[in-house]
Design a protein around this ligand. Structure first.
Ligand code: MG
Length: 382
């Protein structure tokens, strides 16, 4: 396999403004109030730790509430560090606030594709393709990519590119909207002659068969389906999770499974092996980036803090990663090293009685509530 991980630390950028709901707005103003500086921070995985599908699990709402003071001010800097995604961070923050009952800032949401922002300079004005559930093209547009199309839309410009489309009972969002106002939605650039300069797998693909077909077309032709073989354009994955815990009782196939499927097919039909770059946990750069974001979060919450000589860059003594997937969350935290401390829950992918054999966590607990309880007790005793 020639796919490789990246080790870059992204600089956080301003995100789209969040439309505050009344309750959220009140809590936001309370976040600005005076509070004590935290010497520790927490990164929560989402699927299988705080949510299963859209249902809170493991006592997550009450666990998160303990990280805020009585006034509603954030006491402990924390972020959500997930390999999932498909919608902009600002929208995910609103969704999490609604489901978990605490106000989440967009800057507290780090998704698998958040690191794609580091590639903006390179592809800002180039034709790029984005695929995955949700709104992958909107995600990339909000990061600043100006010439990005969803794979749904891109494929629709190539007649018969999907030879089994007539047997499919569903239509894509793009196909439905195209029927209502085609002229307004056709891009100003020439799809059928412009070469795709990069393809992004933003979230779990919905139509694997079609996506594998079209990506093979793009990647083997040098960026123009139907053309002769050419040099493969870069391919980026937001994450590489083989499985993840969703609403169904057993794990579901994730982006890593799609990558294996695409790679297997591509390597059989093309002379050169598939080349791709993989972002997301467990790459150490994700944890370095998370540390930087937690530091910024602590600084921004410290506007009214009475300075004791420390500045915003003062290092954390401990950063806790709470996850359910040993191969992703625990492996990543262990690789990142100090100050990361890994906590494995039994509410998701991991269900073992003892610790994981290959990637043992620093602590194994039943639920996220138990994890937060442990952290707060340990930190208050320091
Ligand atoms: Mg998980």
């Amino acid at each position: 396999m020639r796919c490789r991980a990246v080790f870059r630390v992204s600089q956080s950028r301003n995100r789209a403004p969040l439309l505050l709901q009344p309750q959220a707005s009140r809590l936001y103003s309370q976040l600005q109030s005076k509070h004590e500086r935290s010497t520790f921070g927490i990164a929560f995985d989402i699927d299988g730790v705080v949510l299963r599908g859209r249902v809170p699990i493991g006592g997550s709402p009450q666990a998160l509430r303990r990280l805020y003071g009585e006034s509603g001010a954030l006491k402990v800097p924390f972020i959500f560090l997930t390999n999932g995604g498909g919608i902009p961070e600002s929208r995910r923050a609103i969704e999490l606030s609604d489901l978990l009952g605490v106000y989440i800032l967009p800057s507290q949401v780090v998704q698998g594709h958040s690191s794609f922002k580091t590639l903006l300079k390179r592809y800002e004005n180039e034709l790029t393709i984005a695929t995955g559930k949700g709104e992958p093209d909107l995600v990339m547009s909000e990061y600043g990519f100006k010439k990005v199309l969803s794979l749904d839309e891109y494929a629709s410009y190539f007649e018969n590119i999907d030879p089994v489309s007539q047997y499919k009972m569903w239509t894509t969002k793009w196909e439905s909207s195209k029927c209502s106002c085609p002229k307004n939605l056709v891009p100003s650039f020439n799809i059928t002659s412009d070469r795709v300069k990069a393809a992004f797998v933003v979230s779990d693909p919905v139509d694997w068969g079609r996506d594998i077909q079209v990506l093979c077309d793009i990647l083997s032709s040098g960026g123009l389906p139907g053309d002769e073989n050419g040099q493969q354009p870069p391919l980026y994955f937001a994450a590489d999770d083989l499985e993840y815990q969703a609403a169904f009782p057993s794990e579901r196939l994730g982006m890593g499974a799609f990558r294996i499927a695409l790679e297997s097919v591509f390597n059989r039909i093309h002379c050169n092996a598939l080349d791709c770059v993989i972002f997301g946990k467990p790459n150490p750069f994700v944890f370095k980036n998370a540390e930087a974001i937690l530091r910024q979060l602590r600084s921004s919450c410290d506007d009214n803090y009475i300075n004791n000589g420390n500045n915003g860059s003062h290092p954390f003594k401990t950063l806790y990663m709470i996850g359910d997937n040993p191969l992703v969350d625990i492996k990543g935290a262990k690789q990142a090293g100090h100050p990361w401390f890994s906590i494995l829950t039994r509410t998701g992918v991991f269900r073992g009685k003892d610790n994981h054999a290959e990637f043992p966590a620093d602590l194994v607990v039943d639920t996220v509530e138990e994890a937060v309880d442990y952290i707060l007790k340990k930190e208050s005793a320091c």
